[in-house]
Design a protein around this ligand. Structure first.
Ligand code: B12
Ligand code: SF4
Length: 462
């Protein structure tokens, strides 16, 4: 039995064009969901994983599979349906799972033979069993998996094209920020895999550099932090000689012991969601966690960097509380905090989030035609309709923000700082150059997007 597992590309997302620039190698990440699915698949299935972010195969020229499994973020949904149409027209059955099939279940169900919602561990065996018998149901609902019985992902199935391997150690987040899908998909409870399982799986990853995909590797309370320290101690003891990066919350800065252990366990950099430079913005997106204890963000970033850990900061632009000048304001905040990398994204209501529901209630659904427009849901297009900006104005704010932070003199300044502080200058350089390289590509795509549709005015002109 032949199984194809496919990660669709989104041609509009600049960072997926590996061949365009060698810097992009450092921004293409393995589709871990498919490698997790492969690990749940019995040996009678011969599995091939296709990652269209690396290359798009000529599927019709390949041996016909018995079943195709497609994953998709919302931004990949259009391409997912295109791939499904191709296989289904040749009589091959297609199953779709992942975040988009979960949040837009009816839409996806109309385009494939079966959908799997939620986490696949409890249900994938049944799907394959039914597929073998030619008795696929239209819908399977996964529940939150028991973290004690997650098999190690099949890292052996994708090699070569990636600078980073990837691994997951926890699922779920109690914070439920308005723009984020994690709490509605993986739940409020912060669920942790057994440390021994994580270390064993880590050892099977070939790449020297690893992305820990957890939405928050360290967690938010004392128990979470204690477990994280235990994990770091186990990684130090295993001496795997890996360098890894991870997403964390800003409270990482508050615990020097945690930082010391992280650095010794191989932490090269962390990605932190600052979200907004203003307290009103943080309240708007529901990330009051960042406001706790009257935090000094610059001091927090410096405490993390003192352990030679790079800090990438993420901000969202286009909040109802954002005013003209927000581009400059975000860049200034990022430079004041002295983050090594800045990732600014347009506020985008993704289906299934609190933001989506709030907008639906307020009669503020984003303009556009769906599913066609899902391809713009990469958070790099101003799709949502904004209170104080028309979409062109917001796109201009983004250009101002990126140009200020990623100017060559600013990059040189950051490089010098990380050399002087002996904080992974090479990784920092790769990240900065990769972002800079992608700015022009992103701007062009954004301009084409704006030209292709009727301008959306500001809801309340400023
Ligand atoms: C790592 C990651 C990335 C990596 C991508 C790695 C990759 N190639 O997959 C990078 C950094 C590139 C990335 C980019 C983006 N990401 Co991202 N990312 C994540 C993150 C943190 C982890 C994903 C992961 O590996 N999870 C671990 C695996 C094991 O879980 P899983 O993928 O959910 O798979 C399980 C189930 O879903 C299911 N399943 C999945 N696929 C399939 C397929 C079949 C057939 C079946 C049966 C089951 C199944 O089985 C798996 C086991 O239970 C998630 C958050 C999260 N917790 O999931 C956000 C997340 C997926 N990203 C998100 C977003 C918005 C983006 C971006 C659009 C914007 C951005 N800049 O962040 C871009 C889009 C890129 C694009 N190509 O369009 C959103 C997606 C929401 C949505 N509705 O689309 C998420 C949920 C985060 C959030 N804040 O809401 N991302
Ligand atoms: S943005 Fe981060 S902190 Fe907020 S709900 Fe999502 S995963 Fe949790």
């Amino acid at each position: 039995m032949r199984l194809y597992l496919i990660n669709p590309s989104n041609p509009l997302v600049c960072l997926t064009h590996v061949s365009d620039s060698r810097w992009n190698r450092y921004r293409v990440w393995k589709p871990l969901g498919l490698l997790a699915l492969a690990a749940l698949t019995p040996p009678e299935w011969q599995i091939t994983v296709f990652d269209e972010n690396v290359r798009v195969p000529e599927y019709a020229a390949l041996p016909s599979p018995d079943l195709v499994g497609i994953t998709a973020f919302t931004s990949q949904a259009n391409r997912a349906y295109e791939i499904a149409d191709g296989f289904r027209s040749r009589g091959v059955r297609v199953v779709m799972g992942g975040i988009h099939a979960t949040m837009c279940a009816d839409e996806a169900a109309a385009r494939v033979d079966a959908i799997v919602t939620g986490e696949a561990e409890p249900i994938w065996g049944e799907v394959l069993h039914d597929a073998r018998r030619g008795a696929l149901r239209a819908r399977y609902d996964g529940v939150h998996a028991n973290m004690d019985s997650i098999p190690p992902a099949r890292h052996d199935l994708l090699n070569g094209d990636y600078a980073f391997g990837s691994i997951q150690t926890t699922r779920g987040c109690p914070l439920n920020c308005s723009f984020c899908s994690v709490t509605s998909f993986n739940g409020y409870k912060y669920r942790q895999r057994p440390i021994a399982d994580v270390v064993r799986e880590f050892a099977t990853i070939r790449e020297k550099h690893v992305l820990i995909v957890d939405d928050n590797l360290i967690g938010t309370n004392r128990d979470h932090l204690a477990r994280t320290k235990e994990l770091f101690r186990a990684l130090i003891a295993a001496d795997l000689r890996k360098r890894w990066i991870a997403q964390v919350t800003i409270n990482m800065a508050d615990d020097d012991d945690l930082l010391r252990l992280a650095a010794r366990a191989g932490c090269a950099g962390v990605f932190i969601g600052f979200e907004s430079p203003t307290p009103a913005g943080l309240r708007e997106v529901g990330k009051k966690f960042n406001l706790l204890n009257g935090r000094d963000f610059a001091a927090s970033v410096r405490r993390i960097q003192r352990h030679r850990i790079l800090v990438a900061g993420s901000f969202i632009m286009g909040l109802d509380t954002d005013q003209p000048g927000i581009g400059r304001q975000i860049a200034a905040a990022a430079m004041r905090y002295r983050v090594d990398l800045l990732n600014t994204l347009f506020l985008t209501p993704l289906p299934g989030t609190r933001l989506w529901d709030e907008r639906a209630l307020a009669g503020r659904m984003p303009p556009g035609t769906f599913p066609e427009d899902w391809k713009y849901y990469t958070l790099t297009f101003p799709v949502a309709g904004y209170r104080n900006f028309c979409d062109q104005e917001l796109a201009r704010e983004m250009e101002i923000c990126d140009s200020a932070f990623y100017s060559l003199p600013r990059i040189a300044q950051r490089m010098w700082r990380s050399i002087w502080q002996r904080r992974n200058p090479l990784i920092s350089l790769m990240g900065n150059m990769s972002y800079r390289r992608n700015l022009s590509f992103g701007r062009r795509a954004c301009r084409e997007f704006l030209e292709s549709r009727v301008p959306t005015p500001a809801l309340l002109p400023s």
